[in-house]
Design a protein around this ligand. Structure first.
Ligand SMILES: [Zn+2]
Length: 342
């Protein structure tokens, strides 16, 4: 089969679209004939190399995918050949104290398809059958491929960790990324008000079309002052911060007293200054989050099937043009998800 893979870490110049042996479904596994996959920032992190992580090379990138069941291994009987399926990339051990409490994303051996094992950006991918769900009938392969990783992440961040309530005010930094656009959809599902920022007027226009209530271009406005003005000096209930170093100080200023800041990433860097006095005086909750449990994943798939949540697909590329697609992502041109079609 043809796949998007790397032989060594580095920049985009390391991306190859090459012939590689077809994967075979082992015990409890299913082989999926890929129809669509989507890019995540994770792909770029893995391309660059994660500290202390040695991958078997060549390594196929990709942590989201959708396609048709093509082969089932021994003991795998949940699906029939030809079923339309989508992937949940979370691989958990099933045995540790957190797995036994169904807190799969806290698993002490947490792994992800595409990060620790071979990924989805190929004509086939093989995963445990427990990681697949049937694609709801009204959902296309492209939408299914764009859904799982970012929606389960945003769902756990907002629903489980930040305990979002109906009508909450939520600030989302850097609107346009997959997780941030998923977060926008979830806040609107809860009837909340979305405050969004970006350096791009074009992205803010798209955010407004997607339901954002207040949009700020941080290159030419004082975001904190504007938000405090709009909220009567109160601030917002929840700040979704996936940007990190560049936005952290603002996040602390934007949160209301007793508010919450929830993070699942730090694309601009991991070590911002932080004002501890503001954290205790305002009694803020600083919440980390990553991926989701199997139950949380099922909850968002049910909302997808009920057409209450839908991913934003920004642009599709053929799988063979994966390098160009990753460059598009690296340059942060997207609003929503970048999808590769096989
Ligand atoms: Zn575990």
């Amino acid at each position: 089969m043809k796949a998007l893979l790397i032989h060594q870490h580095g920049g985009l110049e390391q991306i190859r679209f090459e012939e590689i042996d077809d994967p075979q479904a082992g015990s409890g596994q299913v082989r999926v004939r890929t129809q669509a996959t989507s890019l995540n920032h994770l792909d770029l992190h893995i391309l660059g190399g994660l500290p202390g992580r040695a991958l078997a090379m060549p390594h196929i990138l990709g942590s989201d995918g959708a396609g048709l069941v093509d082969e089932t291994g021994g003991g795998a009987d949940r699906f029939s050949i030809g079923d339309r399926v989508m992937l949940n990339a979370v691989l958990s051990c099933g045995k540790c104290e957190f797995c036994l409490e169904s807190q799969h994303s806290l698993c002490v051996k947490l792994r992800l398809v595409g990060e620790n094992s071979s990924g989805t950006h190929g004509e086939y991918f093989v995963v445990p059958e427990a990681n697949l769900r049937k694609i709801p009938e009204s959902i296309s392969f492209e939408e299914a491929a764009a859904f799982s990783l970012v929606f389960q992440t945003a769902w756990r961040m907002l629903k489980t960790r930040a305990r979002i309530r109906s009508g909450d005010d939520v600030f989302i930094h850097g609107i346009g990324s997959g997780v941030s656009t998923a977060a926008l959809k979830i806040v609107k599902l809860y009837g909340g008000r979305v405050f969004a920022s970006s350096s791009s007027d074009e992205k803010l226009k798209l955010a407004r079309q997607a339901g954002a209530d207040f949009c700020y271009n941080y290159t030419n406005s004082d975001v904190v002052k504007e938000v405090l003005g709009t909220t009567g000096k109160r601030g917002v209930d929840i700040v979704v911060d996936t940007v990190g170093a560049a936005t952290w100080v603002q996040s602390i200023q934007l949160a209301r007293k007793g508010g919450k800041i929830v993070t699942c990433g730090a694309t601009s860097g991991p070590n911002p200054p932080t004002d501890i006095r503001s954290i205790f005086w305002k009694q803020l909750e600083i919440l980390g989050s990553t991926m989701s449990s199997q139950q949380e994943y099922q909850e968002v798939v049910d909302l997808l099937a009920a057409e209450k949540l839908k991913p934003v697909v920004d642009k599709t590329f053929p799988l063979s043009e994966g390098k160009e697609a990753l460059q598009y992502l690296q340059e942060q041109k997207q609003f929503g998800k970048v999808v590769l079609v096989v």
